[in-house]
Design a protein around this ligand. Structure first.
Ligand SMILES: NC(=O)c1ccc[n+]([C@@H]2O[C@H](COP(=O)([O-])OP(=O)(O)OC[C@H]3O[C@@H](n4cnc5c(N)ncnc54)[C@H](O)[C@@H]3O)[C@@H](O)[C@H]2O)c1
Ligand SMILES: [Zn+2]
Length: 241
């Protein structure tokens, strides 16, 4: 079992305001490949072709075929003990804020309410003309690339490289980070900005910064406490569920 300090247990026990940022690592034990894991979804394909507006403009069919496969894979995955521990902590601590870079929907599936989605949602589609977004959970999609009722192409409602984050989400996340007394950075390589700036911001505003990861990251030197271990093992122990 990973070591957790008495100081951290004390801070959590005293009901200090907590915020958490999660990345692909929290879903690893649910069977969702992380971004950079070998054999992961991203391994064989060029990122620039699949996760940029330019790649989509060049070949929407190819991008959609890949997203369709990804939706299919994620729809077969269930939340793990890490997602469940965060959901249960949120129920018991109404001022807890959960921020995620993930697009897999597993926090909501675990029962977390009001999750701040920084990078969108794999199971929503957005009209490229009207900008309107709606849920679409069909797997596989009946038509590739899918089209809106207005005739325009639909795109995945996710944030691609070079795009700005959804209006309001970053603002909410920034506020939550500033107000937190304990900030948990969980299963993220802490490389993708602007999300990666949140732990730093929390710490600058006085939070006790805790990193939970299976290995050290660029954030580790800044963390007040590094808990090395898989999220699904550490979180139930840490959050008392
Ligand atoms: N599940 C998803 O929705 C998903 C999956 C892949 C990529 N993405 C997107 O790609 C970007 C990737 O950035 P990122 O930092 O989230 O992911 P990343 O793949 O860059 O990093 C994953 C991190 O998780 C750690 N990790 C792996 N297994 C773990 C475990 N069991 N417990 C704890 N930590 C573990 C790794 O050491 C690594 O630091 C994000 O923008 C995200 O939107 C999302
Ligand atoms: Zn439309």
């Amino acid at each position: 079992m990973a070591a957790i300090s008495a100081r951290l247990r004390d801070l959590l026990g005293r009901g200090r305001r907590v915020a958490a940022l999660t990345g692909a690592g929290i879903s690893a034990e649910s069977g969702v490949p992380t971004f950079r894991s070998p054999g992961g979804f991203w391994d064989n394909e060029s990122l620039l072709d699949l996760a940029t507006p330019q790649g989509f403009a060049r070949d929407p069919r190819r991008v959609w075929a890949w997203y369709d496969a990804r939706r299919r894979q994620v729809s077969g995955c269930a939340p793990n003990a890490g997602h469940l521990a965060l959901a249960s902590f949120g129920r018991n601590h109404p001022d807890f804020r959960l921020i995620t870079q993930n697009v897999d929907g597993l926090h909501a599936a675990a029962g977390s309410a009001g999750v701040i989605l920084l990078h969108g949602d794999l199971f929503r589609v957005r009209c490229t003309e009207e900008g309107t977004s709606r849920e679409d959970r069909r797997v596989p999609l009946p038509e590739i690339p899918p089209r809106c009722a207005c005739g325009a192409l639909l795109r995945p409602d996710v944030v691609w490289f070079g795009e700005v984050l959804p209006e309001g989400a970053m603002q909410e996340a920034t506020g939550a980070a500033r107000r937190s007394k304990v900030f948990l950075s969980i299963g993220t390589s802490a490389l993708v900005y602007p999300a990666a700036a949140l732990p730093e911001l929390a710490k600058r505003h006085g939070a006790y910064l805790v990193e939970i990861n299976v290995e050290e990251t660029p954030l580790s030197p800044l963390a007040d406490e590094l808990i090395l271990g898989p999220a699904a093992g550490v979180l139930p122990d840490l959050l008392g569920t």
